[in-house]
Write a protein that binds this ligand. Structure first.
Ligand SMILES: Cc1ncc(COP(=O)(O)O)c(C=O)c1O
Length: 371
């Protein structure tokens, strides 16, 4: 298996832990262990007594039970817990695809959603979302991408890097298209429950399609990336079994304290998600103001969910701009080139508490250049 370098990870590796302001993170503001433990009386004592042996390969039964509450049709035996969403993507691709299969992947996007299939020797067609369509991918393009050997369709909504959310109608069309043609749908839903308007929330793919796989994680909506707990939910028993068998060769099981803390957090997931969406929407108001003031310099498409958006820089090269910004002002933006985007876009992340300070730095940087 031949994997190309993960461009986003390599870019972050240069800066993530030595730059003052990360203005491009894809996750929400995190919590400390003590904040989680304070959510329930007795939680601290229970954690101290928590056993540190191997855990169940499927994920702790009580954690899987808690994850089921996110869905309407899923039973604990249909949830497979793993380490981050990243491992779930890997397990799915290894379990579902063969070299020579054709896979259609929603793009631009999180690289491993296409890269792992490509590395396995699959043919990959990128189903492009475009700025002029408000980053909504076109269903006719999806239909035109179909080949006799198409095996799977991979989508990500709410979407990284654009913050776009498919409409209910579009999501339904994708679901019907894959079901009618017997294609495997893999739905990356790591930003689900971070919609600014609750009525925009889509059903989970695993609830409307018996074969589909929904991917979830603690990192994004709940801001708990350090737990490294993710999961897939699916009623497709054969695929579930195959993923479980691949997991024997990756992590075997998850970290016991992380499972404990993830379960605790999920019992309070609505409260945690609400806190994060409040921070995100307060910060989004700052972005609206910023982009209105700099309309000659940036093209702005307002996102609908999550802590990320994908604006376009006007009049100069985005890679050069990001480099100048991080060097002079200690503020990191993510150039679209790490998503193989050639449209001069960049990812901005606004889920962190220090985002207003980072924006002030960005404003100062722009002012200083005007003179
Ligand atoms: C769309 C998407 N899927 C999966 C992942 C992987 O999540 P994790 O880092 O928690 O494994 C990310 C992380 O940025 C993501 O944005």
């Amino acid at each position: 298996m031949q994997l190309n370098p993960f461009k986003l990870e390599r870019y972050f590796a240069r800066y993530e832990f030595n730059v003052e302001y990360l203005l491009c993170s894809s996750d929400s503001q995190s919590l400390a262990v003590q904040d989680l433990l304070a959510l329930e009386p007795g939680a601290e004592e229970r954690l101290q007594k928590h056993w540190l042996g191997y855990t169940e390969s499927l994920g702790a039964p009580t954690l899987r039970q808690e994850i089921c509450r996110i869905y309407s049709t899923i039973q604990p035996g249909q949830v497979l817990v793993h380490n981050g969403a990243e491992e779930g993507i890997f397990l799915f691709m290894l379990a579902a695809l063969q070299p020579g299969d054709h896979v259609i992947v929603h793009s631009p996007g999180y690289q491993s959603l296409a890269e792992v299939a490509h590395g396995l020797g699959c043919e990959v067609t990128l189903w492009m979302a475009r700025e002029e369509n408000d980053w909504m991918p076109d269903i006719d393009d999806l239909k035109r991408s179909l080949r006799p050997n198409t095996r799977a369709v991979v989508i990500n909504t709410p979407h990284n890097p654009t913050g776009m959310l498919m409409s209910h109608h579009n999501f339904d069309q994708v679901s019907r298209f894959t079901q009618e043609r017997g294609l495997q749908l893999f739905s990356d839903e790591v930003y689900r429950e971070s919609e600014y308007d609750r009525s925009d929330r889509l059903p989970a793919a695993c609830d409307i399609d018996e074969q589909a796989v929904s991917l979830g994680v603690m990192s994004k909506t709940y801001g708990l990336a350090g737990l490294r707990i993710g999961w897939v939910a699916t009623r497709n028993a054969g695929l579930y079994e195959r993923m479980l068998r691949v997991k024997d060769f990756t992590s075997i099981c998850s970290s016991a304290p992380s499972e404990f803390l993830a379960e605790l957090a999920l019992r309070h997931r609505e409260k945690i998600a609400q806190r994060n969406v409040e921070l995100i929407t307060a910060n989004l108001a700052l972005l609206d103001d910023f982009f209105a003031r700099h309309a000659d310099k940036f093209a702005w498409k307002r996102p609908k969910a999550g802590p990320i958006a994908f604006p376009r820089l006007i009049g100069e090269d985005i890679d050069t701009f990001c480099h100048a910004l991080v060097t002079a002002a200690g503020v990191l933006l993510l150039p679209g080139s790490v998503f193989d985007d050639s449209g001069n876009h960049f990812r901005i992340g606004f889920g962190r508490a220090n985002m207003p300070e980072a924006m002030a730095r960005l404003d100062d940087f722009l002012q200083a250049r005007i003179g």
